[in-house]
Design a binder for this molecule. Structure first.
Ligand SMILES: *Cc1c(COP(=O)(O)O)cnc(C)c1O
Length: 232
C-alpha cells in the first residue's frame, strides 16, 4: 500500500502550498482522511503515515472499524446522521459534522447525557442551495444555533460544515466556501454561549485547495488518499 504514503505526501504538499498562498499556517489545517468503504488495513497504513483524524459517513461502518482500530485515531461522523443511529457512535466520535435538525440534537443530548460526555459538533449548512444537498438553509442557521445553545447542554458547536456544488466552475465553488466563512464570522460576533466558530469543515479531493484559500480548518479528503472507492 505504498500508494497511500505517496498520496498523503502529495496532499500534504498541496495543503502547504495553499496555506502559503493564502498567508495561513499549515498547522491550522487538519487533513481528515475520509475512509468510507476503505478497509481497516488501509486505514492503519494511513495512520502510520501521519493521519490523525478520519471521517466515516455511515455510523455502523464507523463502529465496526472502531472495534479494530479504537483510539489510535480520532473519528468523525461526516454524513447525514439518522437519529436511530446515534447510539452506535456517541461514545466513539470526537466530532459530528452533520448537525442539521432539532430531532438529531434531542437524540445526541439524550445519549451524551447518559454517558456524561459533551459532544463537539459542526452545523451543516446548505450554502449552494442545491436540492440534493443536506444541511440548514443559511437563513435558518443562526436561530438553530441559538436554540441548540439554549436547550442542549451536552452539545458544543465548534463551527460549520458544507459541501460544495458538483461543478467544474471554480468561482462557484469558491463562492460557496466564502459564504460559509462569512456566516461563521457573523455567528462568532454574536458570542453565543458554548458556541465557538473555530472550525470550518469544507473541501474534498476536488476542491480542498480552494477551501483552504477561503479559510477551511478541516479538509475531508478520501479519493486523493485512498484511490477511487469501490462500493461493492
Ligand atoms: C465522501 C465524502 C468526502 C470525501 O470525498 P472525496 O471526493 O473522495 O475526497 C468528503 N465529505 C463527505 C461528507 C463525504 O461523504
Amino acid at each position: 500500500m505504498k500508494f497511500i504514503k505517496e498520496n498523503i505526501q502529495v496532499v500534504n504538499e498541496k495543503i502547504e502550498n495553499a496555506a502559503l498562498k493564502s498567508n495561513r499556517n499549515k498547522d491550522d489545517i487538519t487533513l481528515l482522511g475520509v475512509t468510507k468503504t476503505v478497509d481497516t488495513d488501509a486505514i492503519l497504513e494511513a495512520i502510520n503515515c501521519g493521519i490523525t483524524n478520519v471521517g466515516e459517513n455511515k455510523p455502523q461502518e464507523l463502529a465496526r472499524k472502531y472495534e479494530v482500530i479504537g483510539d489510535k485515531v480520532k473519528w468523525h461522523l461526516i454524513g447525514t446522521l439518522q437519529t436511530n443511529k446515534v447510539k452506535y457512535i456517541i461514545d466513539k466520535v470526537s466530532m459530528i459534522h452533520s448537525l442539521d435538525r432539532e430531532s438529531l440534537c434531542e437524540e445526541i443530548q439524550k445519549r451524551a447525557e447518559k454517558i456524561d460526555r459533551k459532544i463537539d459538533c459542526l452545523v451543516q449548512v446548505n450554502i449552494s442551495k442545491e436540492e440534493s444537498k443536506h444541511g440548514l438553509e443559511v437563513e435558518d442557521a443562526i436561530e438553530f444555533i441559538k436554540n441548540v445553545s439554549n436547550k442542549y447542554k451536552n452539545i458544543n458547536i465548534k463551527g460549520l460544515m458544507t459541501m460544495a456544488p458538483f461543478t467544474a466552475n471554480e468561482d462557484e465553488i469558491r463562492k460557496v466556501f466564502r459564504g460559509l466563512k462569512d456566516l461563521s464570522l457573523e455567528i462568532k460576533n454574536l458570542n453565543i454561549p458554548r458556541v465557538t466558530m473555530d472550525e470550518l469543515s469544507m473541501g474534498m479531493s476536488n476542491d480542498y485547495e480552494i477551501a483552504i484559500e477561503e479559510g477551511a480548518t478541516i479538509v475531508r479528503v478520501g479519493t486523493s488518499i485512498f484511490g477511487k472507492r469501490n462500493y461493492n
